[in-house]
Design a protein around this ligand. Structure first.
Ligand SMILES: [Zn+2]
Length: 68
C-alpha cells in the first residue's frame, strides 16, 4: 500500500505517482520512521551528554593540575 503525501489518497504498490496531483507516492510506513529519528536523537543526546561530562572532567583535571 502506497499513499500520496499531498492528498492522502491510498494507492496500490505498483502505482508510483498520484493520479490527482502527480506527486511521488510514499510507502505507507510512516509510523516507524519517527521512532527511528527519535532513537537517533536519543543516541545523539547521549553522545553529547557523554562528551560534555568528559569535557567537564578534563576541565577539572586540568584545573587540579594548575592548582598544584
Ligand atoms: Zn496526490
Amino acid at each position: 500500500m502506497k499513499f500520496c503525501p499531498v492528498c492522502k489518497i491510498a494507492y496500490s504498490d505498483n502505482a508510483e505517482y498520484c493520479k490527482k496531483c502527480e506527486a511521488y507516492l510514499q510507502p505507507k510506513q510512516e509510523s516507524p520512521q519517527p521512532v527511528k529519528t527519535d532513537a537517533g536523537r536519543l543516541v545523539k543526546m547521549c553522545l553529547y551528554t557523554g562528551a560534555f561530562i568528559v569535557f567537564i572532567m578534563l576541565l577539572y583535571y586540568l584545573l587540579g593540575m594548575l592548582i598544584k
